[in-house]
Design a protein around this ligand. Structure first.
Ligand code: ATP
Ligand code: MG
Length: 411
């Protein structure tokens, strides 16, 4: 679990702000859920036989002996909250959330025990247009961040529950006959969660799958039509995708559309955003049948990617626009007041004042990296006068009014 230090937070804020701008362009509303839920919520939604529930959850008993879990993801909590507050039945909803998630994993680059997701969940819309919307929304975000060329959209349809069950049976039959060639993890999954074998990292297993039955051949007509509509909308929107029949996602609740945005620039932890349709989940958790589509992106991985590709604008890391310092002793209290006057004049201008010693102050002030530096002294009439440095160019001997004019001109 990482500390996020002041040097890093501007990058987080930049990413969060960009995401929020895109989400509000699509009319999504924020929902905030607690970080702890009853353990059963995750068992019932994510599935007992998944990596998350089997080995990644932080679970503990509270003082009442009730089993609670730090949320490993947001979808289950979001469904729980929306259902609890009557936001689902007969309604169409578009929500987003952000915050920490917790999974007991082996920490490595792009994989942490507390990490952060920004997620989107939509409810009450069964047709493929909303699948297209959430994908287009994510594509717009990559474009804004300059990432569109560095990520690829992988797409698949899991079909209906029945279609998936038929396929599962066929896959198990095929693999049972070749059991001796399976890796250990896949062997274990053959009984418990055979679809997960499709995304095994083991090369022999992958080779074995080349001749295995393909999910696409088992899709029901409704899912096929849904998928065809989706891909045709993506085509029209100019969003490239790769159909990956082995993309199944690790959680039990998906049906029909699943997708992942992946990058090759981060090594093994290449999935930056993942989601899909989960029409059965609300009912499974006790609500009335409600179609739903959503995705979650991994904030740490996106930041790693932005940093690797040097896509963070220079201005983002600079926490203030104007640095104000006294050039001489004895006027510090006037600096404090004058800086506040500037904040009144220029709402939004980020002003930091210099506190402490004044040795080499001109040089020191400029080394802060502030775009504008203001050095003040008092003239013979005890009026403040100042020098403004901008782009290495000084303007000397400005009175208070001229200082305000100058700053106004620079903004
Ligand atoms: P992976 O296959 O990488 O384990 P996942 O399928 O477990 O991913 P999801 O549950 O789909 O991941 O979560 C959505 C996104 O959240 C992932 O694509 C990834 O960007 C991010 N993510 C998941 N687990 C972690 C983690 N432990 N540390 C950092 N980011 C993570
Ligand atoms: Mg995982």
């Amino acid at each position: 679990m990482n500390d996020i230090l002041p040097e890093q937070t501007p990058v987080w804020q930049y990413l969060e702000k960009t995401v929020k701008d895109v989400l509000s362009a699509y009319g999504y509303s924020e929902i905030r859920m607690p970080v702890v839920e009853q353990t059963n919520l995750f068992k019932r939604s994510i599935g007992e036989v998944t990596d998350i529930v089997e080995k990644e959850m932080y679970t503990f008993d509270d003082r009442n002996g009730e089993s609670l879990t730090l949320r490993p993801e947001g979808t289950a909590s979001c469904v729980r909250a929306a259902e609890e507050h009557g936001l689902l039945f007969n309604q169409m909803q578009r929500f987003w959330y952000q915050g920490p998630m917790f999974r007991y994993e082996r920490p490595q680059k792009g994989r942490y025990r507390q990490f952060h997701q920004i997620g989107v969940e939509t409810f009450g819309m069964a047709s493929s247009d909303i699948d297209a919307e959430v994908i287009m929304l994510s594509a717009r975000l990559w474009k804004r961040l300059g990432l569109l060329d560095s990520v690829t959209l992988q797409l698949n349809s899991l079909g209906s529950n029945e279609a998936r069950a038929d396929y599962k049976a066929a896959l198990v039959e095929y693999l049972e006959e070749r059991k001796d060639q399976l890796d250990e993890d896949s062997l274990r999954r053959l009984d418990s969660n055979p679809l997960r074998i499709l995304d095994s990292k083991d090369q022999n297993t992958q080779a074995l799958l080349d001749a295995a039955p393909v999910l696409t051949d088992y899709l029901d007509q409704e899912s096929k039509t849904h998928f065809a509509e989706l891909t045709s909308m993506l085509d029209e929107a100019g969003i490239a995708y790769e159909i990956n029949p082995r993309l199944v996602r690790g959680l039990d609740y998906y049906c029909k559309t699943v997708f992942e945005w992946v990058t090759e620039k981060l090594g093994a932890q290449g999935t930056v955003c993942a989601g899909g349709r989960y029409d059965g989940l609300v009912k499974q958790l006790g609500g009335r049948p409600t179609p739903a589509v959503g995705f979650a992106m991994g904030v740490e991985r996106l930041i790693l990617l932005l940093e690797t590709l040097e896509l963070i604008p220079e201005s983002v890391k600079q926490p203030f626009d104007l640095y104000v310092a006294a050039e001489e002793k004895g006027i510090q209290s006037r600096i404090v007041l004058f800086a506040d006057k500037l904040r009144d004049q220029f709402p939004g201008l980020r002003v930091r004042i210099h506190c402490g010693g004044l040795k080499n102050i001109s040089q020191k002030a400029q080394q802060t990296g502030a775009p504008i530096v203001l050095l003040l002294k008092a003239n013979d009439n005890q009026q403040l006068s100042g020098t403004i440095w901008y782009d290495k160019e000084p303007s000397f001997d400005l009175n208070e009014e001229q200082i305000v004019d100058k700053i106004s001109g620079l903004r």
